[in-house]
Design a protein around this ligand. Structure first.
Ligand SMILES: [Fe+2]
Ligand SMILES: [Fe+2]
Length: 218
């Protein structure tokens, strides 16, 4: 997805800390200790590459969603195949859980706080709905991880992953059809790129296991 035209382009320029929106900077630094100069230099180069490639947060979110949907389809196919061995089922459950875990943490750390900051009451509503959807999905994934420890295909596991797929698809549809257009409308071109850096940084620092069963109350 190309950045909006007619707005300031940061391509090929050094990022200035002062121009970073507070919410992006804060999220990017979450869980991050002071990095040595060579690491900071490497990160700066990565940002410039993202800028040069016009890699914005909406493209990254879409790509993440499609990747997860592909894994969920592989799981359903594997479950339907009588030759599938238990190791493949276990591998796919682990891959799906990790994929959603990192994406989820990055959205919770970076995307939803950004909505709250940018869109006031509407942003808070979006963030709350989205957080609740993530809790539902991750609670089911915690159970799926428990089930797959039994190391066999089971109807229960299949049903649970089907539920995750339905919940995930409903949530991503909302994100792609409602939240992303708002993001593209309201965020500056610079923010759209800087959110990518913060998003990847959050993925790198994300706990690999979903939190234990969570409530959906705020
Ligand atoms: Fe989400
Ligand atoms: Fe998402």
């Amino acid at each position: 997805m190309a950045p909006k035209t007619g707005k300031k382009s940061a391509v090929g320029t050094k990022k200035k800390a002062a121009t970073q929106p507070a919410e992006v900077s804060k999220a990017a630094k979450k869980g991050k200790t002071a990095a040595p100069p060579e690491v900071e230099e490497e990160e700066e180069e990565q940002v410039q590459t993202m800028e040069a490639l016009h890699l914005d947060i909406a493209s990254v979110l879409l790509s993440d969603h499609r990747h997860t949907v592909a894994l969920l389809h592989h799981f359903q196919q594997a479950m339907g195949d009588t030759d599938t061995d238990d190791v493949l089922i276990e591998t796919l459950v682990d891959a799906i859980c990790l994929d959603i875990r990192l994406h989820s943490q990055a959205e919770l750390d970076v995307l939803y706080p950004y909505f709250e900051n940018m869109l006031g009451k509407k942003g808070k509503e979006i963030a709350q709905n989205a957080r609740e959807a993530h809790v539902e999905i991750e609670n089911n994934l915690v159970q799926a991880l428990e089930m797959r420890k039994e190391g066999k295909k089971s109807e229960e596991l299949e049903e649970l992953i089907s539920t995750v797929m339905q919940e995930f698809e409903a949530h991503l549809q909302q994100e792609e059809e409602q939240y992303m257009p708002l993001l593209l409308e309201k965020a500056s071109e610079e923010d759209l790129v800087e959110l990518v850096e913060a998003f990847f940084q959050s993925k790198m620092n994300a706990p690999l296991m979903p939190p234990a069963e969570q409530g959906t109350e705020e």
